[in-house]
Design a protein around this ligand. Sequence first.
Ligand code: NAP
Length: 255
Amino acid sequence: MKIEGNIALVSGGGSGLGAATARRLAVGGARVAVVDLSKEAAVAVASETGGIGLGADVSDAAAVEAAFAHAAEALGGAPRIVVSCAGIGTAARILPRDGALPIALFERTLHVNLLGTYTVLSVAAKAMAALEPLDTDGARGVIVNTASVAYQDGQIGQAAYAASKGGIASLTLPAARELARFGIRVMTIAPGLFETPMSADLPPETRAALEAELPFPSRMGKPEEYALLVQQIVENPLLNGETIRIDSAVRLAPK
Ligand code: NAP
């Protein structure tokens, strides 16, 4: 599918990978709705990209529906390109030394990362299914989710985060299969370590140790490289129902 002339919506677009994606889609000629928990952050990115910025919690179905409705009204139609980047990074051992079980954190992580992604996908699919097909294949749109390499090689302390991302990877194929009859593709990107505010808090020694494990290139990814993969997924009509790792061939160690 072409980017130019289409409408896009990026959740988590106020920061990091989502902001880079919003910028790239805008440069490619899409009208972009930037959605983030912080309306201020979304509006700041939208002021660069020329689209609109909206505040919404992706795990709140009513807020997501309102954001899609607002975007459609402001940009002239439902988005055909939807990218879910909203998410939280959490870390806790199952059995922390203080003895307090972090079950509430597990629930919150699944709520934002997995339920939030599913909610955006559901609302996006409903809106896209009502659009006219674009080409002889019958393509109506593409939805790109964001997992993490932790979905396959989660480290100690990542049980909740890895489970939330594993859920996203696992729903990719059944979603693609179900939405195929509407001409909607569903893909997931599993990033390794990227330079964003989410990873900025890593202690320097942890960061150096992680970078040393990256076979090639031995550096953190740039958000623009994630955004480039989103563009490539949108543009290649045969990519569907798959989770792609973008990670310098890293396989994370247990800790
Ligand atoms: P980021 O810079 O923190 O951006 C994530 C954005 O999502 C933030 O603006 C955040 O807002 C927003 N957000 C959080 N909860 C939300 C909610 N409930 N509703 C709407 N927006 C919400 O992080 P990033 O590094 O770009 O991460 C983007 C995605 O990539 C995440 O799903 C993350 O798990 C995944 N990922 C990142 C890396 C990495 O190395 N950076 C690696 C693997 C996977 P607040 O800042 O206000 O919380």
